[in-house]
Design a protein around this ligand. Sequence first.
Ligand code: NAP
Length: 398
Amino acid sequence: MSSSHLVPADDEVADFSSSPLLAKYPRHNMQEGAVIKVGVLGATGTVGQRFITLLVDHPWFVLHALGASPRSAGKPYASAVNWKQANRLPPAARDMLVNECKPEFFADCAVIFSGLDADVAGEIEAAFRAADLAVFSNAKNYRRDPLVPLIVPYVNPSHLAIVPHQQSAHAPPLKKGFIVTNANCSTTGCVIPLAALEKAFGPLESLLVTTMQAISGAGYPGVPSLDIMDNIVPFISGEEEKMEWETLKILGGVVKNDEGAPTFDMHARSPLRVSASCNRVPVIDGHTACVSVRFARRPPPSPQQVREALIAFTCDAQTLGCPSAPLHVISVHEEPDRPQPRLDRYYQDGAGVAVGRVRQCQVLDIKFVVLANNVSIGAATSSIINAELAVLKGVVPS
Ligand SMILES: NC(=O)c1ccc[n+]([C@@H]2O[C@H](COP(=O)([O-])OP(=O)(O)OC[C@H]3O[C@@H](n4cnc5c(N)ncnc54)[C@H](OP(=O)(O)O)[C@@H]3O)[C@@H](O)[C@H]2O)c1
């Protein structure tokens, strides 16, 4: 690590043993050697393969069932998948049979991770929830649902509080089943530093973001090579709208409505205007975003105060002891030419985000660049940490 790569040294990490967070969410005692059986839907896809890679060595979760399309069903995983990960296909998954995505094949699983294509995720995930299974989805289908939490694990795990209401509103009411989604991969990378800034300096008022998104964000085989080589595509269908409203749901709070039921306030306590411009660029993995923000507070923080707040950021996923949470969430670069996808997309094994070029903005207050691994923290890693948080908070029984 270079000396100008600013993360706190290990011995500078705060001691959370007396944190009020622990009083609020007492550390869950996973029984020694206890395992939680999990299933992966869309296991053959880009996100599904990352799930497999992350789950084979997981300390709590054990891969129990895999699902994909009828094209893949009935085959051993090694025959069904077009493995595109740098690591070898894990032996533990090679011979697992791929099933159709029907709840009866996953009945023993306490957690279902979904990397399903959005064209099919709606119906399939609803069927799994109706079968009383806990679904952690990467698809867009339920992100806008007023009873479904949209969770970026370092930002708003408190939104899990809405799950019991989702269960009781279901007909018939559910005991264990629910859907939790994670965000669009570009939204995830941006809201992490934004949450750190709101935590340190209070609400943001305006946000301008321009993304340079990797090809893998479109799944496999994704954008045709003749469209993306030597090129930039200044349009990703639906992406700008997703970034604009997902940011509000994630950074907003959960409040009670007139009937006393919990509801998402979409950052209403202090209105936030968001404008996103999304571009596809010839990068394989790693979404980069140029971000400018205006704070509600006057005077705004200085670039140095912003750097310090980003470096100091810690979250519940760390303090509660999620095994997949990174030691440091945000790395702040001082070099003028970082972050870069090729150099920084594996920061904290893809579970962290890299920020650089923190400086004054002549139009808003502060601008910076953020890079996030779209397939890791932008997808599978977020789902897994969301499930770990749900276990630690007792939302998923262990
Ligand atoms: N790629 C990213 O960076 C990223 C980031 C965040 C969120 N997401 C979201 O995550 C989801 C998966 O994305 P991806 O990039 O992994 O897509 P992908 O590579 O195209 O994989 C899609 C998966 O869905 C399965 N599938 C397709 N049709 C099916 C059907 N009729 N029934 C059951 N399974 C079916 C495929 O199985 P077969 O192999 O059998 O066809 C495959 O396993 C999408 O909703 C996407 O928007 C992706």
